[in-house]
Design a protein around this ligand. Structure first.
Ligand SMILES: C[S@@+](CC[C@H](N)C(=O)[O-])C[C@H]1O[C@@H](n2cnc3c(N)ncnc32)[C@H](O)[C@@H]1O
Length: 399
């Protein structure tokens, strides 16, 4: 969850949160803040699922005083349970989400009976997840609800001791199975065992356009790679985070996601991973020989320059978009490529290149679903994939 804006805000995809000295300037991946499709919350108010709260703590946030309490439900998600450390207003919003009020909203979630992976001890990186069968792009690996939710304003605003009191209570209120999974999570001992585990394992997500940090204990075993083979996306209506294969993952291969913005140059990635998680990144992209690594960095710079030109100018020509796609492919940045297909689809549309527009729009739809979920852009891409001539972008480019 740390803010990883690098040169022009191109991409930020960090799942986890971090050490005390870095608890500032956080952000959520763009995709998480997309407006969900369909009504976000139920209009009828059902009975509150929350167990009566204990003591709450207050802190000033933006010139007002906010109160933070723990809201727990042991029954949530068929007894998996959830504890939410937030304000009473936000808890009220959350309890009306389909995750709580629609009986079938979680029917496909939290099923770990025959997972496509197994847990293994891996040299130099603790536990990790290894594919038990070959996975292909789009295969679902996880669909889980969080067991803990911690409000950004509480995490960064509350006195440390108040935060520690609340996060420990939040863990205590979980059903035994979930509590055990939480205590089994890895954390480097730093301040408080619950708070340390939360810091190492929480993902930043947007709920009601507000940043929350959420812990999914099964997904927490996924290690980092700068060129990962899996991606994750959060659905704020069902509070479900999905992990999908983004490339072919051969049987016996480790399943990975990226913890940092993969467009950062190698030195920045190494530094960031070390300062936040205290490990020396040894992924293939970090371990490249010096001259090959320089070539990789220069491609990353070229990507950032091109994207800046596109953002600041009048959009991309199809040629620019195809150059970008090629650079992403050369860099194996498949986990971040979906918006580049969108750029290509729009530029092809504006140049009246029918088949290219359809091809890139289809790719943007397919890959965008894995990366960003069903957001508004995916509707536009769907329409473009059908009949580009009917879209406002058609032949818009005046050259
Ligand atoms: C969310 S946990 C991942 C699961 C963890 N390996 C375990 O044993 O539970 C994050 C921690 O895993 C380790 N880790 C993750 N990716 C790594 C990598 N590429 N190289 C070395 N250590 C890594 C680091 O210790 C990091 O703080």
């Amino acid at each position: 969850g740390q803010r990883l804006v690098y040169s022009g805000d191109v991409c930020s995809s960090t799942p986890l949160i971090l050490s005390d000295d870095q608890r500032h300037g956080l952000e959520v991946r763009d995709s998480f803040t997309q407006a969900p499709l369909g009504p976000a919350i139920a209009t009828n108010s059902s009975e509150s699922p929350w167990k009566p709260q204990g003591e709450c703590f207050t802190t000033p946030v933006d010139n007002r005083t906010e109160t933070f309490c723990v809201f727990s439900s042991q029954a949530f998600a068929d007894g998996r349970g959830i504890s939410i450390l937030t304000t009473p207003d936000r808890a009220e919003y959350i309890r009306r989400l389909p995750a709580f009020v629609e009986p079938d909203a979680l029917s496909g979630a939290n099923s770990h009976l025959s997972p496509p992976y197994e847990e293994r001890e891996l040299p130099g990186r603790g536990r990790g997840l290894i594919a038990k069968k070959t996975l292909h792009r789009g295969d679902q690996i996880f669909a889980d609800t969080p067991i803990l939710v911690g409000d950004e304003d509480a995490l960064f605003g509350l006195e440390k001791n108040d935060w520690i009191t609340l996060i420990n209570r939040a863990v205590d209120e979980l059903p035994p199975g979930s509590k055990e999974m939480f205590w089994n999570l890895y954390a480097r001992p730093k301040s408080d065992p619950a708070s340390d585990r939360f810091d190492t394992n929480a993902f930043a997500v947007g709920v009601e356009e507000h940043l929350q940090y959420v812990v999914f204990p099964e997904m927490s075993l996924i290690n980092h790679d700068c060129r990962p083979n899996a991606v994750y996306v959060f659905d704020p209506r069902t509070l479900t985070q999905y992990v999908h294969a983004m490339t072919t993952i051969p049987i016996g291969t480790e399943i990975t996601i990226t913890y940092v913005n993969p467009l950062m140059p190698r030195q920045h990635r190494l530094k960031h991973l070390y300062s936040s998680w205290r490990f020396n990144c040894s992924c293939s992209a970090c371990g490249l020989q010096a001259n090959i690594s320089l070539a990789s960095d220069s491609r990353l710079n070229q990507i950032i320059d091109l994207r800046r030109q596109i953002d600041q100018g009048d959009g991309a020509s199809l040629q620019m978009a195809e150059t970008l796609i090629s650079l992403y492919e050369q860099e194996r940045l498949y986990a971040s490529i979906s918006d580049v297909y969108q750029i290509a689809a729009l530029s092809a549309c504006s140049e009246g290149q029918r088949w290219s527009a359809i091809k890139y729009a289809r790719l943007a739809v397919e890959i965008g679903l894995l990366n960003d979920g069903p957001d508004e852009r995916s509707l536009l891409m769907k329409a473009l994939a059908e009949e580009p001539e009917k879209e406002p972008c058609w032949l818009k480019r005046v050259i």
